[in-house]
Write a new protein. Structure first.
Length: 251
């Protein structure tokens, strides 16, 4: 599939959708607490996105049964919300959410502490979010896709983390998953040249231990092979003539 370049009008629609995604994640963050089930979080996501005139991108996609992916502690991505999964003080929870609005998708993720967390967890969240910022800083016209990948890898490895390789970022637009793939590893100066109008979901996943992963029996939830903590942060970003434009943040 070719890479789809978006018009200014299309970027404006994606930015509106991106603000909806940010609003949903903000609503969850404000209500997040120990004792909450991940099914209750899914309900917040479903109700909030609907109230804003959009729909959840993930629900039904490839058969996924919920509105949001919720991955706890050693779970990396694609965790299924459940009434049986109760959040506890000290957990970290990754929330990955997409919204479909006016014909376009936007996609974002954040990993949040539940109550007071360990120093190891706090540092992991801080570094993964900074890794995302390093990747976004390379999302400029004239640079290469590999510059984003290398910025994420180099920062994470310098901090001692395993960089997940099996799951990567992606183009996003009329389809949730478009070309090109955006790995969180690889050499700089390689890959597709970045051009204005490209829209990328950049999403580093850092693990406290090994980068190796396993898929659980539910055939969705991805965990770290050594069962150590993992964090995931993501923004949808547009390449412009100047600074990168983060579409999934509140103004």
């Amino acid at each position: 599939m070719p890479i789809v370049i978006k018009s200014q009008r299309e970027l404006e629609l994606m930015q509106q959708g991106g603000r909806i995604v940010a609003t949903v994640l903000g609503a969850i963050r404000d209500k997040l607490r120990p004792g909450q089930t991940t099914a209750e979080i899914d309900q917040i996501a479903e109700q909030t996105v609907s109230s804003l005139g959009a729909r959840a991108s993930f629900k039904g996609l490839y058969g996924f049964p919920a509105s949001i992916c919720i991955s706890v502690n050693d779970e990396i991505v694609h965790g299924i919300p459940s009434a049986d999964r109760v959040l506890e003080e000290g957990d970290i929870v990754s929330l990955d959410f997409g919204a479909f609005y006016e014909g376009f998708h936007a996609d974002s993720a954040v990993t949040l502490p539940v109550g007071k967390v360990s120093e190891e967890a706090r540092r992991l969240l801080l570094c993964t979010e900074k890794g995302l910022a390093r990747g976004i800083a390379q999302a400029r016209a004239g640079r290469r896709l590999g510059d984003i990948s290398w910025a994420i890898q180099a920062y994470g490895e310098a901090k001692g983390y395993g960089i997940v390789r099996q799951y990567v970022g992606h183009g996003v637009g009329r389809n949730l998953h478009e070309e090109p793939q955006v790995p969180n590893f690889g050499p700089p100066g390689r890959g597709v040249a970045l051009r204005p109008g490209m829209t990328l979901a950049i999403e580093p996943m850092y693990n406290v231990g090994t980068e190796k992963t396993q898929v659980l029996a539910d055939k969705w939830t991805v965990v770290t092979e050594d069962r150590k903590l993992s964090a995931h942060f993501e923004h949808t970003v547009a390449i412009t003539e100047g600074e990168p434009l983060v579409l999934t943040k509140l103004p």
